[in-house]
Design a protein around this ligand. Sequence first.
Ligand SMILES: NC(=O)c1ccc[n+]([C@@H]2O[C@H](COP(=O)([O-])OP(=O)(O)OC[C@H]3O[C@@H](n4cnc5c(N)ncnc54)[C@H](O)[C@@H]3O)[C@@H](O)[C@H]2O)c1
Length: 247
Amino acid sequence: MAEFAGKVVIVTGAGDGIGRAAAREFAEKGAKMVLIDVKGVETIADELKAKGSEVIAASMDVRDGAAWGELVEDVLAKFGTIDALVNNAGVAVPGDTAADVSEDVWDKIMDVNAKGVWLGMKAVLPTMIEKKSGKICNVASTAAHIGLKNAAAYCASKGAVLALTRQAGVQYAPLNIQINSVSPGTTMTGLQRDVTEEQRAAFLPLTPIGRFAASEEVSGVIVFLCSNGSSFMTGADVSIDGGMVAL
Ligand SMILES: NC(=O)c1ccc[n+]([C@@H]2O[C@H](COP(=O)([O-])OP(=O)(O)OC[C@H]3O[C@@H](n4cnc5c(N)ncnc54)[C@H](O)[C@@H]3O)[C@@H](O)[C@H]2O)c1
């Protein structure tokens, strides 16, 4: 039987990049999918439905707590359960230094990358607590581990994701809910859109493997952290960075 047959998995930021790759892999492994994004979610939803998956697509901003509440109600009404949540939606903005970042941009980055992760957890935890079972995988970044240039709010937001993952992992461990995170290094997705070739090239010497990641190299670990195989992992962070943080 397919590994995720009968399971219901929510992925945020599923319209592109790492989230879209994760949605494809979960669906291939039999999961019923709930896809959230502010854009592009219908395209991936149509693709997965055409391959036979059951899908709920939500054009939704992860910063909207009320929308999270409605979505969870809809999912429980239609699919009856929520087995896993991948909090993957995230933003980066150029010119993000402590001296220069505006309050608006700081708030946007913190709200999407950190508050959005908490709101997702807050929305799904009650049903997971009730059935004493669940998996949450949050997407952090190497930026949570090192002082990445031009990424002040971004680093702060991803540090918050690690801290929240650790805290909630401990809090809900006795209830059979495992909460972990991944910290990707440079991955060739739309998030790299505003990064010049020159800027990206500076990361190569910091990446022992000597190349950047494909989305699927990150999403495979996310899928593992939502599978039965990760049953003794919680509050943990897994680096997927070609060795950058180990350097
Ligand atoms: N690409 C990298 O180099 C890299 C490295 C480390 C961590 N990450 C993290 O990986 C995650 C996925 O990013 P990606 O690289 O696939 O980028 P991406 O831009 O390809 O995908 C991110 C998706 O999130 C969606 N999104 C943005 N704001 C949203 C909001 N408020 N509500 C709902 N959806 C929203 C976007 O529309 C987009 O489809 C992010 O959390 C990012 O910070 C990426």
